[in-house]
Design a protein. Structure first.
Length: 283
DNA sequence: ACCCACCCCTGGGCGC
DNA sequence: TGCGCCCAGGGGTGGG
């Protein structure tokens, strides 16, 4: 569920909560949480012990902490991951996966993840940009994101518009919620063919995606339940400002037509039947 | 090079 | 009350 705004809220919390601090010990409670670290959990912990966190960075939905060793502690929250900065005497969470203690004796960092789709790993020399996420495009809130290149690559695809928005190598940070919201704002059905969009329409869609991401970030992100929270355990407020996602049967905020839900790639898409007519041959 | 199906996982909600 | 099914879904991987 965490998409760009939710991950950025977590990054800001890490910047305030752990940058500049030295890690004294790391305990892995669930091996699956250290998934892409080939050398295993004990090596993972050893590479972090004694290291000072120098930066908290993000690209799309990936986060990483730069370390004074030049390595990067990289992670993805998956569906249900949380990075919490909490007092060390706080009772342990049911789904605690990894625990980071600091030499200053202050609040500790906990990776909590119910569904275990998330994971952490240490990449040697990855502090600037981990190689494992170099294939990701920049996200629409990145000052170096190239709008023209996005428009060009989108229109060169032979795919559906929603598929394209979720393609993290084209534009990163957008998931199912914000894709549906951007499409609603652009009055486009997600099954529209990418190559049929005009340059102007593609540019407009990108603008809506950027708007919805930054508006959500300003509200602390979208939370439907306790599964997405900031490092302080606080839920975001943007769910009440969604126009499409999760609103099947409710009236469209533009035209009043009841919104529909369509099965799509083993999940759901929400849209307005009137503002976002289905194309003859959906992609 | 690109596209897509498959698989990983848990718990809340709901029907019977 | 309890069981079993469905749903939430991002991304890596491998096949076409």
């Amino acid at each position: 569920m965490p998409e760009l705004p939710e991950v950025e809220v977590v990054r800001l919390g890490l910047e305030r909560g752990v940058v500049g601090r030295e890690i004294s010990s790391v305990t892995v409670h669930h091996d699956r949480a250290v998934r892409r670290h080939l050398a295993g959990p004990s090596d993972f912990a050893a590479r972090l012990r004694g290291r000072t966190v120098t930066a908290a960075r993000r690209r799309g939905k990936y986060l990483w902490l730069g370390l004074d060793s030049g390595d990067a502690l990289t992670g993805h929250l998956g569906m249900s991951g949380q990075l919490l900065v909490v007092p060390e005497d706080k009772p342990v969470e049911t789904h605690l996966r990894v625990r980071f203690v600091f030499t200053d004796g202050g609040r500790e960092l906990r990776f909590v993840d119910q569904r275990t789709f998330g994971g952490l790993f240490v990449e040697e020399g990855g502090a600037e940009l981990p190689a494992a996420i170099r294939h990701l495009a920049r996200d629409p809130l990145d000052p170096l994101f190239e709008d023209d290149r996005f428009v060009q690559r989108l229109r060169a695809k032979r795919s559906g518009v929603k598929r394209a928005l979720l393609d993290q190598t084209l534009v990163s940070g957008i998931g199912n919620i914000y894709a549906d919201e951007a499409l609603w704002r652009a009055r486009l059905h997600g099954g529209r063919a990418t190559e049929d969009l005009t340059r102007a329409k593609a540019r407009e869609l990108l603008g809506h995606a950027r708007d919805v991401l930054s508006e959500s970030l300003a509200q602390g992100g979208t939370s439907f339940d306790a599964l997405y929270v900031s490092t302080e355990g606080v839920s975001g407020l943007f769910a009440r400002e969604l126009h499409a996602y999760g609103r099947e049967g409710e009236p469209c905020d533009r035209c009043g037509t009841p919104l529909r839900r369509e099965p799509w790639m083993n999940r759901s898409s929400y849209s307005c039947p009137r503002c976002q007519p289905r194309p003859r041959h959906p992609r």
